[in-house]
Design a protein. Structure first.
Length: 184
């Protein structure tokens, strides 16, 4: 049995790692996002073309916030509605694919519905303050229900899909939990 002193053990370890006189590499820990509203990355390998397109559509919709002006709400809402319709059509193609992709796709659609519901709720408040009777009055609950339905599908799919979906599982649970309208 060979016994090494602590200095000899350290030297053996350094040489085994080819560390000799080379500069040490410093590993700097990065800040882990604890923001429950953050959009997790895609946890799976190559995905379907339909999912890639759905991701593009939902990301583009989420990148366009409502300006806060009532005059721009109608056109903004129409663009968001078109994005949701495209996403729902793409979801049909994903439905026959891998379950993890389908679960995350539901989460991405929930994000868009939530985006619309938040703006719709704010637009209703702004319209009421301005003395208008908005034609979308009372529709916030319907949109929140849609968001919750997609959050629920995402949670169900992610909870049974494996640990690679944990970030999406947490995000979808957070989306469902923070909704002003809880599912029935």
């Amino acid at each position: 049995m060979i016994r090494l002193t602590s200095t000899a053990a350290l030297l053996a370890l350094l040489l085994a790692c080819n560390r000799g006189k080379e500069q040490a590499v410093t590993i700097v820990p990065h800040e882990v996002s604890t923001n429950a509203d953050a959009v997790p990355g895609d946890p799976f390998g190559s995905s379907s073309a339909a999912y890639e397109r759905l991701r593009e559509v939902t990301d583009a919709a989420l990148a366009v916030p409502w300006s806060g002006e009532l005059e721009s709400f109608g056109p903004w809402l129409e663009e968001q509605t078109i994005a949701v319709e495209r996403s729902l059509n793409l979801l049909k193609a994903i439905r026959v694919g891998p379950r993890d992709i389908y679960a995350v796709a539901n989460g991405r659609i929930a994000l868009v519905y939530e985006h619309i519901a938040l703006a719709l709720t704010e637009a209703s408040r702004v319209a009421k303050q301005a003395g208008y009777d908005a034609d979308w009055k009372g529709q916030e609950d319907l949109i929140w229900d849609q968001a919750n339905a997609f959050w629920t599908r995402c949670v169900r799919g992610c909870s049974t899909g494996g640990t690679h979906l944990d970030a999406w599982d947490l995000r979808c649970r957070a989306g469902l939990a923070k909704s002003p309208r809880q599912p029935k």
